[in-house]
Design a protein around this ligand. Sequence first.
Ligand SMILES: [Cu+2]
Length: 327
Amino acid sequence: MRRGSIVRITIYGVIAGTLASVVAVLVPWLPTSASEEMDRIEFTFWFTTVICIGIFAIVAAAIAYSVLKFRAADDDERDGPPIHGHTGLEIVWTAIPAVLVTAISIVSAVVLAKNDDVGGNPLRIAVTAQQFAWKFEYPDETTSGSLVLPLDQPVKLTLRSLDVIHSFWVPEFGQKSDAVPGIETTLTITPTRIGSYSVVCTELCGLGHATMRAQVQVMSRADYEAFLEREASGGGEPSGDDGEAVFASAGCGGCHAFEPAGTDAAVGPSLDELEGGEEFIRESIVDPNAVLAQGYQGGVMPNTYDKSLTDEQLDALVQYLSDGQGG
Ligand SMILES: [Cu+2]
């Protein structure tokens, strides 16, 4: 190849590589990391992206050069000359990608292993998913509808589902795992940034799926201890006698409008004007298909509240709904 050609190919490659790099760097593809695990995932992402940009630059340069150099004249209708492959080239373009793909596999395997390894003494939090709410249980049996984590402390989440498959994901933490009925899955998170994030359910789990979110707060160790103390002394939700908190944490607002709770979903009937007393309300919650509200389908409202709510929580909820009537 002549020197002039090599210079041209190089220029095309640099242009293509620069354009691809600008797109890679300027578009915020990933949320800002808030965990050690996300840092590693980011590393894998950039490792792969840099390789891809390199390959893209080489391929784009070869195409641009060929298109410009070997373009047929407008009136040239002949077939091109018959050519046979080029063994040397074929070996190169098989061997190099094989090495690169192997490198990506190794990096990914190391990152996966590290992101699963929670170390010797993790904080354990049990996460329970149900249509359409998350519940978090801390080591001292404190329960909360929001996830509170101390900074720089490896946490092992055990995920359970009471009904269908859900999936736990906090974009800033990177890690994601399904909550599957009948089995327990785990997830390791080591938060590195104080702040407030969202747990998002990423498995289409029913009509209220889009509302299945919970708050995550990463705070200093001292603030975390204070939070636990506050929850333990009864300030928390839903300890049993707070119907409003039960309504929120059980996900009722994902489907029902109820003015006292400030919700306006319309999957199920509004709960503002229920016809029937406390007994009817209780039955509608524990056995939703026994009597169907007019104009609504059965099988939509979860029939698991019987199991997932304690008696005190159910009493509080019924009381809350019944107090909210006719207001
Ligand atoms: Cu879900």
